[in-house]
Design a protein around this ligand. Structure first.
Ligand SMILES: NC(=O)C1=CN([C@@H]2O[C@H](COP(=O)(O)OP(=O)(O)OC[C@H]3O[C@@H](n4cnc5c(N)ncnc54)[C@H](O)[C@@H]3O)[C@@H](O)[C@H]2O)C=CC1
Ligand SMILES: O=C([O-])CC(=O)C(=O)O
Length: 271
């Protein structure tokens, strides 16, 4: 496998290769920041380390899967070339697929090339049930309410464009309501989970998203509600943020690791 993105999630994923949790080889790594590449190499014993490359197109040769853990712009750059080079992809920055043109291009390319696009559950719980409910054809509503400390939302384009100053908040405040499509553009680094939920359920146009900034909340909280002919589903995850990136829940990295680990497992539990 190869890794695109050596930040918070990429480093945790690399550690899982280094300590044998994932029973496969990490062959090459890429990040636009050379220091980040080197710090991932340093996670490995000499001789076992992946090769750091400074051009992402060098990730593909002889590799079966590329893990993207960088950002929405990276999904745009790397997904189609990976698929065309015979690699499956695992996308953490799934919100990029809110752009329907890219989503269609990715799906068409994967179909044509016979490759697979993996979107892990990431920082949320319940995609197994939502997927099964969607299969019945009568899943009616799916909503996600995400509550983060202002530190986990800072810098989002929607807040900047609308002059929303989170430092002025003294209580929980809804800062955004809209579809998952709108949320992915408004909060590209905060709400990739909404796209995973959309792809599992009723699509990004029909999935509704509410984002709450709460100065008294220290966790990244994701509450899903889904209703339909099968009954109703509710899940809440209260995630501990990653120490190196408060936007990113620690569970997101572990979810990707578990996805990669079970690709080679004999017993695979869950939908
Ligand atoms: N699906 C999910 O549940 C979750 C997804 N995410 C997403 O996963 C991605 C990674 O998250 P973190 O590791 O916390 O971010 P991070 O900011 O800690 O690390 C990202 C790394 O990617 C590199 N990078 C970014 N864009 C790049 C590009 N276009 N080309 C080359 N290198 C690039 C940066 O230099 C940095 O080292 C983000 O897009 C984040 O929004 C985060 C949390 C949950
Ligand atoms: O890690 C989280 O809690 C969710 C997140 O940032 C995302 O989906 O982009």
């Amino acid at each position: 496998m190869s890794l695109f993105g050596c930040g918070t999630i990429g480093t945790e994923v690399a550690r899982a290769f280094a300590d044998g949790t994932i029973n496969a080889d990490l062959v090459r790594i890429y990040d636009r920041n050379a220091e980040k590449r080197q710090s991932v190499v340093d996670e490995f014993r000499a001789g076992d380390a992946p090769e750091p490359v400074d051009d992402f197109t060098d990730l593909f040769d002889g590799v079966d899967l590329v893990v993207e853990a960088a950002g929405q712009s990276a999904v745009d750059e790397v997904t189609v070339p990976s698929l065309e080079s015979g690699c499956d992809v695992l996308l953490l920055s799934a919100g990029a697929l809110a752009a329907s043109e890219l989503r269609q291009q990715v799906v068409r390319t994967a179909e044509r090339e016979g490759q697979v696009v993996h979107v892990p559950s990431g920082a949320i719980a319940g995609l197994d049930a939502v997927k099964a409910a969607a299969l019945t054809g009568d899943l009616e509503t799916v909503s996600l309410t995400t509550t983060k400390n202002p530190a986990g939302l800072e810098g989002a384009p929607y807040l900047v464009e609308n002059d929303i100053d989170l430092s002025a908040l003294d209580s929980a405040t809804t800062v955004f309501e809209g579809s998952a499509t709108e949320a992915a553009l408004a909060f590209p680094s905060n709400i990739n989970v909404a796209m995973a939920l959309s792809l599992a359920g009723i699509g990004p146009g029909g999935t509704t998203v509410r984002i709450v900034a709460d100065p008294d909340e220290s966790n990244n909280v994701h509450h899903i509600e889904a209703t339909g002919g099968m009954g109703s589903i509710e899940t809440t995850v209260r995630n501990v943020p990653s120490p190196t990136n408060p936007k990113t829940s620690y569970l997101a990295a572990v979810s990707a690791i578990e996805k990669l680990r079970t690709m080679g497992a004999t017993v695979r539990v869950g939908t």
